[in-house]
Ligand binder design. Structure first.
Ligand code: 13P
Length: 254
């Protein structure tokens, strides 16, 4: 079965309102085909203007985080039900939330569940730190993140899951994983999913994230088990993001 590729832009805590709208207008104009899904994840306050700027095109609008409860006395948190009125997808467990904000595997798993319950796609982010890699623990760390992140997700719900493998040491550093490492880790994720969930697990899209750029995208996206990318820095410019979407289109056409 062919898996539709995804090129997703995580804009993180960047861009003014005017910049976000201009970027969304640029992304809406990127030419793509049914073989490549494009998604953008702006900061919360710009979800509404970005939704307007995307103008009912095919670009999926996503949020970078959410809370685990639907409503109530949770000052400052954002409800998945509210997001579902705007968004098709939400990130869960991005490494910056795990390592800067202290999110645990258990919390990430609860967020994945809440995102699915609200009817959206959960992009579960996993990945090891440099220390963990150097200690030979990359796969066991990712396995633990998958086990907790997907603990409450059933086989029939896997079409609503995307996994993004993002090694922490490659995020924002300009040093991407080699194509061999990206392939090996994404194949590991797919193997884990397949062992637990059979064909539905194998069919989950697995993305690579971490310093993907127009310079390295072809070799990374060409990897058999890499179904596209979750892009930080290079998604903040419509031209470079467009180059990544075009690369996915070329690979999907092969
Ligand atoms: P960079 O592409 O800037 O390394 O960021 C990757 C990332 O964290 C996407 O979620």
């Amino acid at each position: 079965m062919t898996r539709t590729m995804i090129v997703a832009g995580n804009w993180k805590m960047n861009l003014s309102r005017a910049e976000a709208v201009a970027l969304a207008e640029g992304v809406a104009e990127i030419k793509t085909t049914d073989a490549v899904e494009v998604a953008v994840f702006p900061t919360f306050p710009w979800l509404v203007p970005v939704e307007d700027a995307l103008d009912e095109g095919s670009v999926v609008l996503g949020a970078q985080d959410c809370y685990v409860e639907t409503a109530g006395a949770f000052t400052g948190e954002v409800s998945p039900a509210a997001l579902a009125e705007l968004c098709g997808a939400v990130l869960a467990g991005h490494s910056e939330r795990r390592h800067v904000l202290g999110e645990t595997n258990e919390l990430v798993g609860a967020k994945v569940r809440a995102i699915l319950d609200a009817g959206m796609t959960a992009y579960l982010c996993v990945g090891e730190t440099l220390d963990e890699r150097e200690q030979g623990r990359a796969k066991s760390i990712v396995e633990e993140q998958l086990e907790h992140g997907l603990a409450a997700v059933g086989t029939t719900e896997l079409a609503q899951i995307v996994v993004a493998y993002e090694p922490v040491w490659a995020i924002g550093t300009g040093v991407a994983a080699s194509a061999d490492d990206a392939q090996s880790m994404c194949a590991f994720v797919r193997g884990w999913l397949g062992a637990r969930h059979g064909d539905a697990g194998t069919a989950v899209r697995v993305l690579y994230g971490g310093s993907v750029s127009p310079a390295n995208v072809d070799e990374i996206f060409a990897c058999e088990d890499v179904d596209g990318g979750l892009i930080g820095g290079a998604s903040l410019d419509a031209e470079s993001f467009g180059a990544l979407v075009a690369a996915a289109g070329r690979i999907a056409a092969v």
